[in-house]
Design a protein around this ligand. Structure first.
Ligand code: UDP
Length: 338
């Protein structure tokens, strides 16, 4: 039996494939390559030793997904593929709603009788929560089309689960709400290669690489200790580890939801200081205006996943996260070979 990983050529998906292969599992990777990296697929193929098959396909193409499910023997889907840039989603909402829809994928899952699915959701479903840390009972209030598209995905998944249960199908699923995923595989084989970079840690590290003059801090007048926004940065390998725990725990008929974060926040200034320590570069920083839609502080209460699955982040030190990202960026300053 294989695990089918969508978005396998992307940042988180590629790390998930690597981990599954390391565990001796068979993996079918799927990516439409709109954002994925062929270089990551090459790395995974070299690690796969015949246990990794890659297909260029789109998860919004139900027919293509059903073909794959019928050809490969799939026991579970880890669904990472998505458009995931908040700002872009405001400019191109229809692309986000179309691309991030779970309807085609779930119709293929239902037709093929695939029994498990783990869905990448996001803390963006909470928008700007009234209190932090944020647990799974926080009200839904997404403020971007991206967040709305992911919340919609969760709701469609909930309805699908109900119908599968009514039909006595042995389906189970989970929605995992990620906080800020960061860092790279510590063997240095896989990295984060978004062109252009969209997240704060790689952006700051690009200054140390000499690819940017400096970094702009988006707002220094927030009601936080140092005035800059606070986020919960979870190492990508810890995030992947949580997926495996969840997958192994799911029982027929269950639908689970977990927030995935380390449970503490770091400010933008702390991120920049960490990057300075790790790289030895002075990284000039300038003050800029607030970025629309940024909540002042957002970090997880990961008590539920710890209580139910015994999972907690193994890396909570920001320097360790930054070091792993820096290692890959130094070795691959232009990203994956194109
Ligand atoms: N940020 C910043 N300068 C940048 C990029 C990001 O000050 O060049 C801030 C951003 O406003 C947010 C934090 O860094 O408060 C994390 O942003 P990122 O885009 O990495 O993740 P988000 O929290 O938006 O998902």
């Amino acid at each position: 039996m294989s695990i089918l990983v969508t978005g396998a050529a992307g940042y988180i998906g590629s790390h998930a494939v690597q981990r599954l292969l390391a565990e001796g599992r068979r993996v079918v990777g799927v990516d439409n390559m709109s954002r994925g990296n062929a270089g990551a697929v090459d790395v995974l193929a070299s690690l796969g030793q015949g246990r990794f098959a890659f297909h260029r396909a789109d998860t919004t193409d139900a027919r293509a997904m059903l073909d794959l499910f019928e050809r490969e023997s799939v026991s579970a889907v880890l669904h990472f593929a998505a458009l995931s840039l908040v700002g872009e989603s405001v400019q191109r909402p229809l692309d986000y709603h179309r691309n991030n829809s779970l309807v085609p994928l779930l119709s293929a899952v239902g037709d093929a009788g695939v029994p498990r699915l783990v869905f990448s959701s996001t803390c963006a479903v909470y928008g700007q929560p009234p209190t932090t840390p944020v647990d799974e009972t926080a009200p839904f209030a997404p403020v971007s089309p991206y967040g709305v598209s992911k919340l919609h995905g969760e709701q469609v998944l909930g309805d699908f689960l109900q119908a599968q249960g009514d039909a006595r199908a042995p389906f189970a699923c989970a929605a995992l709400r990620y906080f800020n995923v960061a860092g790279c595989d510590r063997t240095g084989r896989l990295g984060e290669d978004h062109q252009p970079h969209s997240h704060v840690i790689p952006i700051v590290l690009e200054v140390a690489l000499g690819k940017r003059e400096g970094v702009t801090i988006f707002g220094q007048d927030y009601p936080t200790d140092d005035g800059t926004c606070v986020r919960d940065y979870i190492h990508v390998e810890d995030l992947v580890d949580a997926h495996l725990r969840v997958l192994d725990a799911l029982q027929d008929g269950e639908g689970r939801v977990y927030n995935l974060g380390i449970g503490r926040g770091y400010s933008v200034k702390e991120v920049i200081d960490s990057c300075r320590r790790v790289t030895g570069h002075d990284i000039p920083a300038q003050s800029g205006p607030r970025r629309a839609g940024d909540p002042p502080a957002l970090f997880a209460n990961p008590a539920k996943v710890q209580r139910e699955l015994g999972w907690q982040a193994s890396v909570t030190d920001l320097d360790e996260i930054v070091e792993s990202a820096w290692k890959w960026m130094q070795a691959n300053p232009e990203g994956y070979p194109k």
